[in-house]
Design a protein around this ligand. Structure first.
Ligand code: 5AD
Ligand code: SF4
Length: 463
């Protein structure tokens, strides 16, 4: 169900917390781990915080409410979050009224919640990711009763509308279009912690996009665990077309896509509206071996994947395709791994995020036999990275001497010069000498050199 937070009982808790806060200046600090979805959720959490009367800060030392928005995708991410959580103890010692809360994907894992109950007594609450709108209610409960609250496993499938996120950037914005995942890839914790798929209405998404464009945003990234299975009054291709028709000087990106759901209609829409729909596609392959893809429950073959890539490249000739690859999935033989290496060479991704398989409690793959030893996983990752770095660099060479439209993200001062960091429409990183006020603007840049992870350019002046 789609609920307007302003007309729900949740808004009364916002009022109650604001009432408690209203005589003093209070700060909220949200510390984020993980993916763009978490970044976007943190912006919503800050928005809710602001409505409850908090000022937003990045400094935990001055904060009255610290929220750690956690990630559970790999063990490493969990360890990092727990170590940062350990650091929060000193703030609680110096300010006993401080409230520390755990949100994000780890807050939905039972074993994490029990660990927090036992070993982190200074954490006042945990709140699962599908219930972020229960923050005011949870916080009010903690403030009133001084008891700890642990909210997980509630199967929340409602979508709440009506909170204005506090965004980090004033020219790039995330817009969530759907939440959750139904795919149950056997290695992945996401469906367990983020629940089933549910989509926002296209009218709500379009209203967000129109507001952002009016406010001068230049890049809008549509987010979802699996954007291609967006389903409300229209499908993802329909939604993307509606967004492409919104007037204004902006580009739209989206992530992440599942290869099984890339429809011909979506490819047609991209071809029709490029470059307003940026010529970029993030299409996680995960493995090049059909046997491993099957064990991963990915429901496509390497051949089917290649056919999708071909279609994308013929509809959008300058498209950059990026991917996620996992090495060391249980039972991955040398032959399976070499199939992945072969696929990298065949597809020639512009960029790939590479991961070592990390067993996640509660997933099917964690119980599979033949877990791969760490040294083999490490060696495979190194080989994969080396290959992909070379491919990424090779792919960029033809861009030398071309003029690219870029959106400037930020800058760095080096030897008295301003080095702008920008992204091409195909999302490739370019460094070029420019001015501080280029940030947040589209500029034209001529590419002069390429490296594996970025390109070098110079500002292009039209004669
Ligand atoms: N181990 C390693 N990588 C994983 N991913 C998801 N789950 C795991 C895991 N258990 C990777 C996938 C996914 C990306 C977001 O993270 O490649 O596409
Ligand atoms: Fe995880 Fe697969 Fe869903 Fe992506 S599609 S979030 S990898 S289960």
């Amino acid at each position: 169900m789609i609920i307007d937070i302003n007309n729900s009982n949740l808004s009364s808790y916002i009022d109650k917390v604001r009432e408690i806060n209203h005589n003093s200046v209070k700060y909220i600090c949200v510390i984020t781990f993980g993916c763009q979805q978490n970044e976007a959720d943190s912006e919503v959490i800050r928005g809710i915080g602001k409505e409850m009367g908090y000022l937003v800060t990045d400094d935990p030392a001055v904060s009255d409410l610290i929220i750690i928005n956690t990630c559970a995708i790999r063990e490493h991410a969990e360890k990092k979050a727990l170590s940062v959580l350990g650091n929060m103890k000193k703030y609680k010692t110096s300010n006993p009224d401080l409230i520390v809360g755990i949100m994000g994907c780890m807050a939905e894992e039972e074993h994490v919640v029990s660990k927090i109950k036992k070993s982190f007594p200074y954490v006042s609450f945990t709140l699962e990711p599908s219930a972020i709108y229960r923050l005011p209610e949870t916080l009010y409960g903690v403030m009133q009763s001084r008891k700890r609250e642990f909210i997980y496993n509630t199967e929340n499938i409602d979508i709440y509308e009506g909170v204005l996120p506090v965004r980090k950037s004033d020219f790039k914005a995330w817009v969530s279009i759907m939440y959750g995942c139904n795919n149950f890839c056997t290695y992945c914790i996401v469906p367990y912690v983020r629940g089933r798929e549910r989509s926002r209405s296209s009218a709500d998404v379009i209203a967000d996009v129109e507001r952002l464009v009016r406010d001068g945003y230049k890049e809008i990234t549509l987010l979802g665990q699996n954007v291609n299975s967006y389903k409300s009054d229209t499908d993802f291709a329909g939604l993307l077309e509606k967004i492409a028709l919104v007037k204004g000087d902006f580009i739209v990106r989206f992530m992440t896509s599942h290869p099984k759901d890339v429809s011909d209609r979506l490819i047609d829409v991209m071809g029709k509206y490029v470059p307003k729909i940026a010529p970029q596609f993030h299409l996680p392959l995960q493995s090049g071996s059909d046997r491993i893809l099957k064990a991963m429950n990915r429901t496509y073959t390497a051949e089917k994947y290649l056919a999708t890539v071909e279609k994308l490249r013929s509809a959008v000739p300058d498209i950059a395709i990026s991917s996620d690859i996992i090495v060391g999935f249980p039972g991955e033989s040398e032959e399976d791994f070499s199939d992945t290496m072969k696929m990298l060479k065949t597809v020639e991704f512009d960029m790939a995020y590479t991961f070592i398989y990390s067993p996640r409690k509660g997933t099917k793959a964690a119980q599979m036999d033949c877990q791969i030893p760490d040294d083999i996983k490490g060696r495979r990752l190194r080989e994969l990275l080396e290959l992909q770095n070379n491919i990424s660099k090779e792919k960029n060479i033809p861009l030398i001497n071309t003029v690219q439209k870029v959106l400037v993200d930020g800058f760095e001062e080096k030897d008295g010069k301003i080095i702008c960091k920008a992204r091409t429409l195909s999302n490739k990183l370019v460094h070029f000498e420019g001015e501080k006020n280029f940030v947040g603007k589209f500029e034209l840049v001529k590419i002069t050199d390429v490296r594996p992870h970025n390109m070098i350019g110079e500002k292009f002046e039209r004669n």
